[in-house]
Structure formats: structure tokens, C-alpha cells
Ligand binder design. Structure first.
Ligand code: PEP
Ligand code: MN
Length: 347
């Protein structure tokens, strides 16, 4: 081949290489602006290659190339969607007109588990009487022993919703199976993902696909980084209505049920733009520590506190020793109000 033809080909190749470099960089910039596109693109690209590429590069080779491209910038150096670096302003989750993560902290209370119509009705009445807007109650209970009360399932969700409607309260309950999310959305205002399921990635992905706020609790032994990445799973799959909840972690300390990691609150508020609650019941497991733990949570910047209350804790089918009775609950709310850290909406 003549030297001038070769030079021409070289120039053409150089040109193509430069265009390719520019294009793949542009592609990455777009993906970094909208990380949620990354997983979606990955699937679409595979389809496209299958339909549109006529060679001579083998389809398998192209697929590997695109997979490499998607991972070309390490995930650790990309901005997470839940990160403050992606969104400076706080995310406020509004449920029936009540803001979580807004100007004022909220309280969420209710029984560990929904046990009967009478029980959940009584709890809802007590929660309403203290001026709260959020009623919790488990219907699918993740219990250590398979012989323990497992919850009433869908019937429990139905009873919770009925009680919520009766007293004008928004309702929160834990869902453990991705297949139940759609059904549960018909009953619940906020769907809880519990500590034991914080890294149930299929559940997190499905929670990303539904249009309900998600209350995500920290895993039993989850680091802050793992907690943040669990929230990222939900957001990258399309749901940005996420509330984080610190609920204590496992340590060697036996004096409390778990160790309340109080600095998780400001850390999560700094690292993410999401609202952060503290569950004082499951973190301490001790009624005598509920008030100081709740005060600490609010003082350190939590957007709210969750606690368990039951009409007759001694008879409760789960967490009998740690649920407040109504008198204790009334004094819990009034202590928080007296501290000036919480404003009661009692009418
Ligand atoms: C609950 O809130 O009902 C519960 C089971 O808590 P956790 O998932 O934090 O243990
Ligand atoms: Mn409980």
C-alpha cells in the first residue's frame, strides 16, 4: 500500500479514536448526572446490541465492552443519589400534609404488633389523644423463633388502616416480602423495611419501584456506609421518598437491647439529604431509657422519634417488656414537650 494511503488511514483511525473517547466520556457524564439511568441503560444496551449490531465485532465482545464502560469509573468515586453532594437541600417526606424532615420533629407510636381490632383501636385512640399523626403496628413480624407470634398478615394491615382512618392517623407497618409491597400499598401510608431486611436487596429494589414513602431501618450490625447504600438501592430504582431510622446496633453491651448509635443521626444528616428518625424502643429495649434517649435524639438533630405503646404491655404478643402503657406514653410525650425539643399538637 502506498505511504500516502496508509497515512490517510492512520489519520482516519486517530479521528475515530478521538471521537470514541469523547463519546464514552460524554456517556459517563450523563450517567453520573442521572445515576438511576445506569442500571436501566445496562439492560437496554444489551437488548440494543442484540438487535442492532451487524458486526464485524461479535455481540458477546460488544456486551463485555459496554459492561466494562459502565464500571469504568469506580462506584466508590461516583456521587450517590442519596448523598448531600447530589442534593443540597433536605428531602422532606410529606404524608397526609404532615412533614417528616421539615421544620418540626415528629413522633411515631403504636404497638409492636397489631394483635386485634380492640387492641389497635385502643392504641390508635391513645396515639391520637397525645396529638400524634403517625400510628405504627407490625402485621408481618420478623421473629427470631418460628414458634413466636408472626403477626396477622394482611388482616393486620387492614385493622391498622381502619384504626388510622377512624382517628385520622397515617399508618406505618413493616413489609418483609417484595411480593407484598403492591398489596400493602393499598393499606399503608408509609412502608417500613425492618432491620433484618436492610440488605434484602430484592425487597429494596421493589421498594424503589412503588410510589409510597419507605421507612428504612438500620440493619442489626450495619455500618453507616452499608445503611446509606441500602437507601441508595431504593432511590436508584425510582423512589426518592425515603426516611432513615437509627434503631441501635449490636455490640458487646448487654445492659441495653442494642446500642443506640446516637452520632449516626448527625452523620446521616451530613452525608445524606434524607430525614432521620430514632427508634428509642428497639434501640434501648428499656422503658426507663426512652425519655433520655428520645431527648438525646431530638437534641442531636433527629427529625423524629419512634416508640412502642400497647394498651396492656404485659399481655403483648411481642416485645412485652419494652412497650409503654398509656400512662407511661402520656408522660413520655409530656416530658419531651417540657424539654422544648418537641411540640405537641394535642387539641
Ligand atoms: C419494628 O419496628 O417493629 C421492628 C421489628 O424493629 P427492627 O426492625 O428495628 O428490629
Ligand atoms: Mn417491637
Amino acid at each position: 500500500m502506498r505511504k500516502s494511503t496508509l497515512d490517510e488511514l492512520r489519520n482516519q483511525m486517530d479521528d475515530l479514536d478521538l471521537q470514541l473517547i469523547d463519546l464514552i466520556n460524554q456517556r459517563e457524564v450523563l450517567l453520573q448526572k442521572h445515576e438511576e439511568l445506569r442500571t436501566e441503560r445496562a439492560e437496554k444496551v444489551l437488548e440494543r446490541i442484540a438487535c442492532h449490531s451487524n458486526g464485524p465485532i461479535r455481540k458477546e465482545t460488544l456486551i463485555s465492552l459496554f459492561k466494562l464502560l459502565d464500571q469504568a469509573v469506580p462506584a466508590s468515586s461516583r456521587k450517590l443519589l442519596v448523598s448531600r453532594k447530589s442534593k443540597l437541600e433536605n428531602t422532606v417526606v410529606t404524608v397526609a400534609g404532615e412533614e417528616i424532615g421539615g421544620a418540626y420533629p415528629i413522633l411515631v407510636a403504636g404497638p409492636c404488633a397489631v394483635e386485634s381490632e380492640e387492641q389497635v383501636d385502643a392504641a390508635a385512640r391513645a396515639v391520637k389523644a397525645q396529638g400524634l399523626h403517625f400510628l405504627r403496628g407490625g402485621a408481618f413480624k420478623p421473629r427470631t423463633s418460628p414458634y413466636d407470634f408472626q403477626g396477622l398478615g394482611e388482616e393486620g394491615l387492614c385493622l391498622l388502616k381502619q384504626a388510622g382512618t377512624r382517628y385520622g392517623l397515617s399508618v406505618i407497618s413493616e413489609i418483609v416480602d417484595p411480593r407484598d409491597l403492591e398489596m400493602a400499598s393499598g393499606y399503608l401510608d408509609v412502608i417500613q423495611i425492618g432491620a433484618r431486611n436492610m440488605q434484602n436487596f430484592e425487597l429494596l429494589k421493589e421498594a424503589g419501584r412503588i410510589r409510597k414513602p419507605i421507612l428504612l431501618k438500620r440493619g442489626l450490625s450495619a455500618s453507616i456506609d452499608e445503611f446509606i447504600h441500602a437507601a441508595e438501592y431504593i432511590m436508584v430504582h425510582g423512589n426518592d421518598q425515603i426516611i432513615l431510622c437509627e434503631r441501635g446496633i449490636r455490640t458487646y453491651e448487654k445492659a441495653t437491647r442494642n446500642t443506640l448509635d446516637i452520632t449516626a443521626v448527625p452523620l446521616l444528616k451530613q452525608e445524606t439529604h434524607l430525614p432521620v428518625l430514632v427508634d428509642v424502643t428497639h434501640s434501648t429495649g428499656r422503658k426507663d431509657l426512652l425519655v433520655p434517649a428520645a431527648k438525646a435524639a431530638l437534641a442531636i438533630g433527629a427529625d423524629g422519634v419512634m416508640a412502642e405503646v400497647h394498651p396492656n404491655p404485659k399481655q403483648a404478643l411481642s416485645d412485652a417488656s419494652q412497650q409503654m402503657n398509656f400512662t407511661e406514653f402520656e408522660s413520655f410525650v409530656s416530658e419531651l414537650e417540657k424539654s422544648g425539643l418537641y411540640k405537641n399538637n394535642k387539641v
